[in-house]
Write a protein that binds this ligand. Structure first.
Ligand SMILES: C[S@@+](CC[C@H](N)C(=O)[O-])C[C@H]1O[C@@H](n2cnc3c(N)ncnc32)[C@H](O)[C@@H]1O
Length: 304
């Protein structure tokens, strides 16, 4: 391991905003078996009190990488607490260092595998989840996609009723897969778009209660929202649709420079009973073909 990375790992230990539990803190061996069982971490249900010192809403970014998006959203909404989650310590270092040096009170980072996420958050503790440029897992197991029924089941344990999941991705495959998961489970889709910077959003549902509807037309930034049919602005800043256009992640900027379309889907996971898998409702072969060869270089899961 290079000196740079060792230095970052050492510095990570000093950041109060960065929680880096050992796997042993959330995994127990089942007595008499080799199976591992997830157990609650001490912070579960206590982020507001122990990390932020307030009871403001909590929004997660899963697979936050260097934390650019988490930080940008937190600067935009000081009344919301943001937690970026990733497994790569050298990437999290950047966000945690920025948050520490700038004394940002509403930012934290959690270094863990997202597979363990429900060990860290209690029922209703989280109001929204961002999945930003998640690895689409084109050839891997469906269960490793962060929007698969298996992950939705995990999120359901701690996402508030009516809580929103935002998926922002360059991968049309992941977007279509997630749309299919929503369809087969009858999940409410709040907004969607297959090329948001050129075409805007196709659909925005006013589910959060009465609020002003913005007419179609350019948004406050110069981003083209011209095909936006109606833009719902909820009662608070929690569903900040404009942020979708105005804030970009590290990977997103890279893909935009390459001229690639960015897709977006916002949905609720309120649902009775187990989530169904899309099965044949998702034509994986078709969307894999459509994805093209760029996948091989756009996501580099093994890079630290
Ligand atoms: C393609 S990068 C996107 C980073 C950032 N969201 C952005 O858009 O710039 C995907 C990130 O997800 C993280 N990641 C993928 N699967 C993960 C998992 N199961 N648990 C934790 N982190 C994961 C990777 O470490 C990586 O930093």
């Amino acid at each position: 391991m290079g000196h740079g990375k060792l230095r970052k790992f050492a510095e990570n230990e000093t950041f109060r905003c960065l929680l880096q539990p050992d796997a042993s803190q959330v995994l127990d061996k089942e007595p008499g078996s080799r199976e591992l069982k997830l157990r609650d971490h001490a912070i579960k249900g206590r982020w507001g009190r122990d990390m932020f010192g307030n009871d403001h809403p909590i929004v997660l970014e899963l697979g936050c990488g260097k934390g650019d998006y988490t930080i940008a959203l937190a600067l935009r909404h000081p009344e919301i607490n943001y937690i970026g989650v990733d497994i790569k310590g050298a990437r999290l270092w950047k966000g945690a260092k920025y948050a520490t040096e700038n004394a940002l009170p509403n930012v934290a980072f959690l270094r863990t595998r997202i597979e363990f996420i429900d060990a860290f958050f209690g029922p209703g503790e989280v109001s929204q989840i961002w999945l930003t440029f998640s690895d689409p897992q084109l050839h891997g197991s469906e269960n490793s996609r962060l929007s698969s029924p298996l992950f939705l089941e995990r999120y359901r344990h701690f996402l508030q009723p009516g809580g929103i999941i935002h998926l922002k991705t360059d991968s049309r495959f992941l977007y279509e897969y997630t749309s299919a998961v929503c369809n087969v489970n009858g999940l409410q889709v709040l907004a969607s778009g297959i090329d948001i910077y050129r075409l805007g959003l196709d659909q925005v549902q006013p589910i959060l209660g009465p609020g002003p509807i913005l007419p179609p037309g350019p948004g406050p930034s110069s981003m083209p929202c011209s095909s936006l049919k109606a833009l719902f602005v909820g009662p608070g800043p929690e569903y900040d649709v404009q942020a979708v256009f105005e804030v970009q992640t590290f990977y997103e900027k890279m893909f935009l420079e390459m001229g690639l379309p960015i897709t977006y889907l916002a949905f609720c996971i309120d649902h009775d009973g187990p989530y169904a898998f899309p099965g044949e409702a998702f034509d994986a072969d078709f969307w894999l073909e459509a994805e093209g060869p760029r996948r091989s270089f756009s996501h580099q899961p093994n890079k630290k």
